[in-house]
Write a protein that binds this ligand. Structure first.
Ligand SMILES: Cc1cc2nc3c(=O)[nH]c(=O)nc-3n(C[C@H](O)[C@H](O)[C@H](O)COP(=O)(O)OP(=O)(O)OC[C@H]3O[C@@H](n4cnc5c(N)ncnc54)[C@H](O)[C@@H]3O)c2cc1C
Length: 654
């Protein structure tokens, strides 16, 4: 056996804290090592070339690189050895950057640790075995979950690339939050005017199958071959027959009695409804929580909606349907919830109509909203308006992150107030203005010049809103009290209430703040840790429409690559079952997060689906009979690694 060792300085990332030369020298004395070298950057072309040359010159059959995290460069070096005829699984990587130089300051001790780790890797390398990767066919279809602007954009991009898309949206219409907005910063485009054409494009696209009022229930399989179960909720309206004329809603006995969630509960609708006039599809839905017929089995002496419908489209017998889809990749674009300010007493939200959220402002300002676009509270035009920023964001005791859109949507809304009520007094309480996007600073300056008074406060400064008859008093530390007719809370963006459950369904991770976690914050911002599942829009983190759209286009490209290639290579590291030792106790089955283990009831033993298996090792660790081993982390290999470390340490002490 001939092992080559390559120790990297990574510029000064490693060399500043580790005596790299000493590590190289120590490696020379390890068993089977025939060459040990130092590189400034092992990942650079010269670094890679030196490995290739040594493989030939020294007839290397194992290679160890001590450098950065395998997450960064393991695939680079595996390719290097593979190109020179060595099996990629005969390569071993030691992380002496994240595990050593970046976390230690004592050079002597850090160097000793690096020497130990390299010794362990060399000992393990001697026991590495060649493995073969598998290739599987890819189903040339994608599932997009969420029909907000991010999901719409992804679906259109993938479909325009010629691949079949299933777009699943849980509400009755496409559009997401953008459909609720009036104008959009910084250009002040009418939100519906730029969104509606895209929704129509989706509905018309021959490559997109739109499943609205539907939810993803189960996701199984793996990249290239996901099996998805989608629950199609009953609308109690036959959408083939419904033409969206609205006669049913006009006739409904509960007309004007059901809170309209699209208008943030500021208006009322019927029990049969479309969320908004430009809804896609423009098909009516019966609200099962409110419809008398669905709740009590009768509605007065006559079903008025049924009588009004000229197309005979209402069908109270409709039932939930489960649709099974097979897709190669998945894009998740499930968006966000708004922070609920009633959880913080100081904002006085929910106690009077004079305190509203940013989203409620959007609806009030909208021509199709509860006041047909007239800015009025309790039928009265407000003259003194106060905006409060960072509500539910940048809070050390709550959501620590910045919601990224509130500074700009407040500026937009202040501008809209000035436009609609020219003689109003407008104040904005802010902490820092984050006007980082294209045209944002210019827009903010423009709003300031429109006689909008910006008042600075520290994040933790006292603020309280006190109700005072038909007005509210805003008490803010360091500022005189303001008696306002209207207070608008710039509420932040939070993960959806169901995001924890949905992350489990998809088998993807969440970051500490609850948004879906990307595989790498800088280099793989659209991937998840589950191959073949990508994220876009506000489900990943708060962002504005341009960023959501850009990310959605990126996720679409990523989701399309495997479809275009037609095949994906599956990692060879997986669990292996020794059938003679397996007792069929099935403990491993429950522990497998990837559903990769199946019970063979005939032979009463477990079987591994090695295409689905991610090689995480949970099953092997739990197996009471030791029947499961990992084919790249066998006991032999791990024990050799520990032995290598101990042996080296002993030799250094002696
Ligand atoms: C008050 C306010 C004002 C704003 N103003 C602006 C502005 O002027 N300019 C700007 O650029 N940005 C603005 N934004 C930000 C903008 O709203 C977002 O950038 C945008 O909506 C993000 O789109 P999205 O598709 O990621 O998420 P969403 O709009 O939230 O869409 C997600 C969609 O997924 C669906 N969904 C969720 N879960 C599931 C599931 N499990 N299955 C199926 N479907 C699901 C939802 O029903 C929804 O339709 C504003 C935000 C707020 C709160």
């Amino acid at each position: 056996m001939n092992i080559g060792v390559y120790v990297c300085e990574c510029g000064i990332n490693i060399a500043a804290t580790v005596d790299v030369g000493k590590v190289v020298e120590e490696a020379k004395s390890l068993p089977n090592v025939v060459i040990s070298r130092l590189n400034k950057y092992t990942c650079s072309d010269p670094g890679q070339e030196s490995i290739k040359k040594d493989i030939i010159d020294f007839n290397l059959d194992r290679v160890v690189v001590a450098s950065c995290s395998p997450r960064m460069h393991e695939s680079t070096f595996r390719s290097v050895v593979e190109e020179t005829g060595v099996n990629p699984y005969c390569f071993e990587m030691v992380n002496i950057r994240e595990h050593v130089s970046w976390v230690h300051s004592n050079k002597e001790k850090a160097t000793l640790k690096a020497i130990d780790l390299v010794a362990g890797a060399v000992a393990r390398a001697a026991f590495l075995e060649p493995l073969e990767r598998k290739e599987v066919d890819v189903i040339p279809k994608t599932l997009v979950v969420g029909g907000g602007i991010a999901g719409i954009q992804s679906a259109l991009e993938i479909a325009n690339n010629g691949f079949q898309v299933y777009l699943v949206e849980s509400s009755p219409s496409l559009g997401g939050r953008m459909a609720q907005l009036d104008k959009t910063f910084p250009t002040l485009d009418c939100s519906a005017c730029i969104l509606t054409p895209k929704m129509v494009d989706v509905a018309r696209h021959p490559k997109i199958e739109l499943l609205t009022y539907s939810e993803v229930e189960e996701v199984g399989g793996y990249i290239g071959n996901f099996n998805v179960k989608v629950k199609k909720k009953p609308r109690y309206v036959d959408i083939e027959k419904c033409v969206g004329c609205g006669l049913c809603a006009e006739a409904c006995r509960l007309k004007g009695k059901v809170l309209n969630e699209f208008d943030e509960n500021l208006s009322k609708r019927s029990a049969i409804y479309v969320p908004f006039p430009q809804a896609v599809p423009l098909k009516y839905t019966i609200d099962p929580e409110r419809c008398n017929m669905l709740k009590f089995g009768k509605c007065g002496s006559e079903l008025l909606c049924v009588a009004a419908c000229e197309r005979d489209a209402i069908d109270f017998n409709q039932e939930e349907e489960i649709i099974e889809l097979d897709v190669g990749t998945i894009v998740v674009a499930t968006g966000f919830d708004s922070f609920d300010p009633s959880t913080e007493k100081k904002y006085g939200y929910g106690e009077s109509p004079n305190v509203i959220t940013g989203m409620e402002f959007e609806r009030i300002a909208n021509a199709a909203g509860p006041t047909e676009g007239h800015l009025e509270i309790n039928g009265k035009e407000p003259k003194k308006i106060v905006f409060i920023q960072c509500v539910g964001s940048r809070d050390k005791d709550g959501n620590e992150y910045c919601s990224r859109v509130c500074c700009m949507y407040t500026a937009k809304q202040a501008h809209m107030v000035r436009d609609k009520i020219p003689d109003s007094e407008i104040f904005v309480y802010y902490t820092d203005i984050r006007a980082f996007g294209k045209g944002f600073e210019e827009f903010y300056n423009r709003v300031q010049n429109e006689n909008v008074i910006y008042l600075r406060r520290e994040l933790n400064d006292f603020i309280q809103i006190v109700h005072n008859g038909s007005a509210v008093m805003v008490k803010a530390e360091g500022h005189p009290d303001i008696a306002a007719d209207l207070v608008v809370l710039a509420t932040g963006l939070v993960p959806r209430a169901d995001s924890k459950d949905f992350a489990k369904t998809l088998n993807i991770s969440q970051s500490a703040d609850g948004f879906f976690l990307e595989a790498h914050p800088k280099l793989r911002p659209l991937d998840t840790f589950t191959d073949g599942i990508f994220i876009a829009g506000c489900c990943q983190s708060p962002k504005d429409i341009p960023d959501a759209v850009a990310q959605a286009s990126g996720a679409a490209v990523k989701a399309t690559i495997p479809l275009a290639q037609g095949k994906v290579v599956i990692e060879a590291i997986s669990a292996v079952i020794n059938e003679d030792l397996c007792s069929g106790c099935r403990i491993c089955e429950k522990l497998c997060a990837f559903s990769a283990l199946e019970f063979d009831s005939e032979n009463k033993i477990m079987k591994v689906n090695d295409v689905v298996c991610k090689g995480c090792g949970s099953c092997a660790a739990a197996c009471p009979t030791g029947a499961i081993s990992m084919n790249h982390f066998s006991n032999k290999q791990v024990i050799a690694q520990i032995g290598g470390i101990l042996e080296k340490r002993r030799s250094l002490i002696v």
